[in-house]
Ligand binder design. Structure first.
Ligand code: PGA
Length: 248
């Protein structure tokens, strides 16, 4: 709970919402106040500008993904350059659905991290183990491996917020216990100290994602190495404001 790490709550809307639904989410966000917390929401790409125009300035907007080149023959992709042109400076990268539904490799995610940072964006790279990996006792090995690729492509840690999202907890209602989350977050922080620097380990936010709700957020937020959340399903509901206020 270091003072230099501002609590961070991200909302990942995934492929959900229409203008009507987004209007009510935005209305709720615009009246949620918690000055201690940084809030960033990621609507679907087609609605990025729509949401950005309606949101008050203290909530930032993120893309859910982007590609690793400026432009060209990449049907269906969006570049950091285009996002920045719209005033969108945040992007989620390597979300488990990108990794496991769309087959994104560590190598590709590394390239995206490198290019988006080079362009000046702020990133939320996601890491996390699958259920079988946890059960096999390889959680550390998996998340450290994912961190290694990210680290090799980061030149400015002040623009990176790491999201630890155990795949078995995403969208399943099976949240990690506060102890399970704290254990991995603390190991990730140690890893940063050993592999990057003490200063980066102390200042980098490590947020938890996976079935975070109004009911479980307060206990998770008490953990010393949990610096916030990446929220999927609950970010579409009124309870998102309670999650934003978890440490208010
Ligand atoms: P969830 O999703 O909160 O619906 O589990 C989290 C995420 O995928 O970021």
């Amino acid at each position: 709970m270091a003072a230099e790490r501002k609590f961070f709550v991200g909302g990942n809307f995934k492929m959900n919402g229409d203008r009507k639904m987004l209007d009510s989410i935005v209305e709720n966000l615009n009246k949620t106040e918690c000055g201690n917390t940084q809030v960033v929401v990621a609507p679907p790409t087609v609605y990025l500008s729509y949401v950005k125009e309606k949101l008050s300035d203290n909530v930032n907007v993120a893309a859910q993904n982007c590609h690793n080149v400026a432009k060209g023959a990449f049907t269906g992709e969006t570049s950091p350059d285009m996002l920045l042109d719209l005033g969108i400076s945040w992007v989620i990268l390597g979300h488990s659905e990108r990794r496991h539904v769309f087959g994104e490799t560590d190598e590709l995610i590394g390239k995206k991290v490198q290019y988006a940072l080079e362009k000046g964006m702020q990133l939320i790279p996601c890491i996390g183990e699958k259920l079988e990996e946890r059960e096999a006792g390889t959680t550390e090995q998996v998340v450290f491996g994912q961190m290694e690729t990210i680290k090799n492509n980061v030149n400015d840690w002040s623009r990176v917020v790491i999201a630890y999202e155990p795949v078995w907890a995403i969208g399943t209602g099976k949240v990690a216990t506060p102890q399970q989350a704290q254990e991995v977050h603390q190991k990730l922080r140690q890893w940063l100290a050993q592999n990057v620097s003490d200063a980066v380990s102390k200042s980098t936010r490590i947020i938890y994602g996976g079935s975070v709700s109004a009911a479980n957020c307060k206990e998770l937020a008490k953990q010393p190495d949990v610096d916030g959340f990446l929220v999927g399903g609950a970010s579409l509901k009124p309870e998102f404001s309670d999650i934003i206020k978890a440490r208010c």
